[in-house]
Design a protein around this ligand. Structure first.
Ligand code: MG
Length: 454
């Protein structure tokens, strides 16, 4: 048996050797007929695979065309002109991500293989030993998306094709309707409906209805920073059912409505609030609990049949396992440019398919158009897509800095069909809009000055 195996191995090695040197004569000599004669007419990349390419440089591009800090990773390769872009935006701490990319990621990546995305993801993820936090995760998201962009360009296909092709013709989106009063919000819902949106998120006075809060005692007492915000939690809890009632009355059941609680009230108050809005049939209620209060999910779930969306503050796929396995929420709401990019997003989406949890990637204006495109490519390809947030859309300034932006028409998002993610960046125009630290203070306090955790 040993001799027979040795002979088999030898002939296999010989054949591989001949294929390796492209010897048609070798095949003719050995097998008597030209087995690869037809294959010779195929393009070289189908015969031999793509030639390996290396990463030549990695850098951060920071820009704020609309006054919102955006960070993009650009990965250049040893193939002239071939580069990829990915979104690494952490708008509140943008400079720290720039440092992570330029001071650490660049050295780590240069000279490595640009093809092996999973390996690169795992390598960078573990390379700092301490891991799984914002900043490094944002940088990793940018790298991952840039490598998928490169992969698509090499394959001459949009990224969604590499993920399995289209499971739907376009991406249903929801837009944001804000306003100081319920009537103003209803006006904006009607405006968005006239533009074709069938799903609209409603918020009165921004997150936590901050504009409803007057004269906080902590400010009168000179406590804390004058820049900190005051949230009147009772006023907020009273306002949300009234908001839903007004919008439903004005806009009927023709539109799907969602609302973001933004984790800013106590768990037991959240449970009572969601029970009150059940009669208005929300599409979902978003972010009911802070990451520190996940143990309340069981009670919340048992108290209401309103769909729940959750997870934009999660950092890692592992955080979804228990809530998914327990069916605690209906929509995965993570920030793809925070969890590590397309590679973990596909994992969390597939995990959700097992538990009938759908996606609703976090898509506010503080995701770059490259990041929105990354969402859309995943959205096309997965079965358990739910809805896509398209907060803000893509105005002229964004389209100028990011040629090839996705487009939104009649409530649907489309990517252009260019290879890769389809979005480029004009670095000269991007440099006209420097980032700042304006978005740095999200501190919200109670009347007595106690910090409220989002
Ligand atoms: Mg949210």
């Amino acid at each position: 048996m040993r001799n027979r195996k040795a002979t088999d191995d030898l002939s296999r090695r010989d054949i591989l050797k001949m294929v390796g040197v492209g010897s048609t004569a070798g095949f003719l000599g050995l097998l008597g007929q030209p087995l690869v004669a037809k294959a010779d007419s195929r393009p070289a990349n189908l015969l031999n695979g793509l030639a390996p390419i290396k990463i030549k440089s990695v850098k951060a591009i920071a820009t704020a065309p609309n006054g919102v800090n955006l960070v993009v990773v650009k990965v250049e390769t040893t193939e002239p002109g071939l580069y990829g872009l990915g979104c690494a935006t952490f708008t509140q701490r943008a400079e720290t991500v720039v440092t992570a990319i330029n001071s650490y990621m660049s050295d780590f990546c240069v000279g490595r293989d640009a093809d092996n995305i999973e390996d690169m993801w795992q390598a960078f993820y573990t390379s700092s030993y301490w891991r799984n936090g914002p900043v490094l995760n944002n940088a990793l998201s940018g790298l991952d998306e840039a490598l998928w962009d490169i992969k698509g360009k090499r394959a001459n296909m949009p990224v969604y094709q590499l993920l399995g092709g289209k499971a739907r013709f376009a991406i249903p989106c929801y837009a944001h309707a804000d306003g100081q009063t319920p009537e103003a919000v209803a006006d904006n819902v009607q405006r968005l409906m006239s533009q074709g949106f069938k799903h609209v998120r409603i918020q009165q006075g921004l997150y936590g209805a901050l504009s409803l809060a007057q004269n906080p005692d902590f400010k009168d007492a000179g406590f804390a920073s004058a820049k900190d915000s005051f949230m009147d939690q009772r006023a907020y809890l009273k306002s949300v059912p009234q908001l839903f009632a007004t919008v439903r009355k004005r806009c009927s059941e023709e539109v799907e409505l969602m609302h973001d609680i933004h984790e800013r009230v106590q768990p037991i108050d959240v449970i009572n609030l969601i029970k009150q809005v059940e009669q208005y049939h929300p599409f979902f209620m978003e972010d009911p609990l802070t990451p520190e209060n996940m143990n309340w999910f069981k009670q919340l779930r048992e108290s209401t049949t309103v769909p729940i969306a959750m997870g934009e503050l999660f950092n890692n796929v592992n955080e979804f396992i228990e809530p998914m396995a327990n069916h605690y929420f209906d929509y995965i709401r993570c920030h793809v440019s925070q969890i590590g990019g397309i590679t973990p997003a596909m994992k969390v989406a597939r995990l959700g398919e097992w538990f009938n949890v759908k996606t609703a990637w976090h898509g506010p204006p503080d995701v770059s158009p490259v990041g929105h495109a990354a969402h859309a490519h995943v959205d096309y390809a997965i079965w358990n897509f739910g809805i896509q947030e398209a907060g803000g859309g893509f105005n002229e300034k964004l389209r100028e800095v990011f040629p090839g932006c996705p487009t939104i028409k009649n409530g649907y998002m489309y990517v252009n069909e260019a290879p890769g993610l389809g979005v480029d960046i004009d670095e000269k125009i991007a440099a006209k809009y420097p980032i700042s630290n304006r978005a740095g203070n999200w501190t919200v306090r109670k009347r007595d000055g106690t910090i409220i955790r989002p």
